[in-house]
Ligand binder design. Sequence first.
Ligand SMILES: Cc1cc2nc3c(=O)[nH]c(=O)nc-3n(C[C@H](O)[C@H](O)[C@H](O)COP(=O)(O)OP(=O)(O)OC[C@H]3O[C@@H](n4cnc5c(N)ncnc54)[C@H](O)[C@@H]3O)c2cc1C
Ligand code: SF4
Length: 508
Amino acid sequence: MKTPCQHLVVVLGDQLDRDASAFDGFDPARDLVWMCEAVEESTHVWSSQQRIVMFLSAMRHFAAALEADGVPLHYETLREGSLADALREAIAQAKPQRVRLTQPGDWRVLQALRQAAGTTPLDVLEDRHFLCSAARFAAHARGRRQLRMEYFYREMRREHGVLMDGDQPCGGTWNFDADNRASFGPNGPGFLPPPTRFDPDASTQAVIALVQARFAGHPGQAAPFGWPVTRAQALEALRAFVDERLEHFGRWQDAMWTGEPWLYHAHLSAALNLKLLNPREVIAAAEAAWRSGRVPLSSAEGFIRQILGWREYVRGIYWLRMPDCAEDNALAARHDLPAWYWNGDTPMRCLADAIDQTLRHGYAHHIQRLMVTGLYALLHGVRPQQVHAWYLSVYVDAVEWVELPNTLGMSQFADGGLLASKPYIATGRYIERMSDHCRACRFDPGERVGERACPFTTLYWDFLLRHETRFASHPRLAAQVKNLARLDAAQRDAIRARARAVREGRFA
Ligand SMILES: Cc1cc2nc3c(=O)[nH]c(=O)nc-3n(C[C@H](O)[C@H](O)[C@H](O)COP(=O)(O)OP(=O)(O)OC[C@H]3O[C@@H](n4cnc5c(N)ncnc54)[C@H](O)[C@@H]3O)c2cc1C
Ligand code: SF4
C-alpha cells in the first residue's frame, strides 16, 4: 500500500464507474484507490449466492481494469468483518490527508464510513450517475402534500429534454401506461428472444467457487451465472435489449408465464445499479430506437418512464426520508415472513415459480415482485422490515436506495401512501388474467373460502375486513371496501377462519 497518500479514494461495490466524482482530479502519483470485499456486506442481510457473485465478480473486473490502466489500487479480497473496520485499518496504514467517496447507495454504509474515517477528513461527493440529485428532489418535494411519480417524471422529461417535441411530450401524451398491460393469452408468449447471458470467465468462476465454499448456507445458487459483470458486457446487454426486446417491452411489461423468467424485459437493473451503465445512455438508446422507427413510442416511453421516472423518484424518496422510513409500518403488519420465501416450497404455483427463478437467477420482473411475492406478503400481513430484508437479499440488483422504497412504499404500503396512491391489492383473479399459473394450481382464484380457495383471494377479503375503517373513504379503494357490505357475519367469519388457516400453512 502506498503510504502516506494524499487521497484515499473509496470505491464501493455499487460504484464501478470511472467517471464517478470520487475520481475527479485523481493523481496517480499521490492518490490511492481502495476497494474491499467485506463479508458483512453479504451477511447483514442473508444475501443470495447469485447476488454475492454479481457484486464480487463485477468488483474484481473493475479492479482489474483499473490496474491494467496503471491506477494505484489497494484491493482486499474477501475479508471477515465490516467495511468500516476494514476502512479504519486502511486509513491507519495509508495515512491519507483526506478520504474521498462518491455518495453511497445505502444510508447505513454512509454512517458507518463516516464513523470509520474518524478524524481524517471525509469528502462525500455527489453521485452524478443519477439525473436528479437528492437536493433537486428535495426541491421538487418541498411544499407538496403528496408526492406522485407522474408529476416528477414530467419535470424530468422537460428538464432533460427526453421524448419532447418542444415543450410538449412526443406523441401528444406523457404516458402510454394504458397500452402496456396486455397478457399473452391462452397460447402463451410463443417465440421469445433469448436473454443475453455471458459465460463466466476465469475470474467469475473463481468467485463462484469462493461463494459456494464461504456462503454455502446462503439462499439460492451461485451457478449457472450469466449476468454482465463488465462495462463492455453491460453495453452488449443494452444493445441486445434495444435491438431484440424493446419493441415488445411495453405491451407485455406486466405479463407472466410459467418457466419464462426473462420475457421482454431489459435485465439491466444490476448493470445500472452497480454503475456499469449510465442511465443517460440507456434512455438515449431507447429514444433513438423510437426516433429511427425501430420501436413503437409506447414501448420506448414505457421503458424510459421506469428509468427516468421510477428509478430517480424512488432514490429521491429514499434520501428524503431515511433513516425514519426504514421503520415504517402504517398497516401495523405483524406476521413473520413464511419460511417458504427462502426455498419456494409452496403449493401456490405463482409463488413457487417466482421464487424458484428468483433463487436460481437472482431475478424476477417488476410484476412478479409487486403482484406475486409482494402482494402475497402484503395480504398475509408480514412485517414490512422482514419483507424488506428478503428483497434486499435475493435479487442481483438489490441496493437499499432502490429496494427499500419499492418494498416498503410501493409494495407494502408501509409509508401510508406517500409513494403509491393506494395499496396494490388484488385477488388471485389478477394473476389468473396476467399468467398461466392458475391452470396448474390446486387452488381456484374465484374461490375465497373452502379448501380450494386461492390464498390470494381469501387474504384479499381478509385484508379489506382488517382495514375496512381505514380505507372506507379512501378515494381509490372505497369502491373495493364497499363490496364488504354484501357479506353477512357468517361469511365474514368464514373468510377470517380460512385466512387464519392459510397463514398457518393449513391449506387442506
Ligand atoms: C418489492 C420490489 C422490490 C424491488 N427491488 C428492486 C431492487 O432492489 N433493485 C432494483 O433495481 N429494482 C427493484 N425493483 C424495481 C423493479 O422490479 C426492477 O428494477 C426490475 O424488475 C428489474 O428488472 P429489469 O432490469 O428487467 O427491468 P425492466 O422491467 O426491463 O425495467 C427497466 C429498468 O427500469 C428500472 N426500473 C423499473 N421499475 C423500477 C422501479 N419500480 N424502481 C426503480 N427502478 C425501476 C430498472 O433500472 C430496470 O432495469 C423492485 C420492485 C418491487 C415491487
Ligand atoms: S390460484 Fe391463486 S395461488 Fe394458485 S396460481 Fe392462481 S393466484 Fe396463485
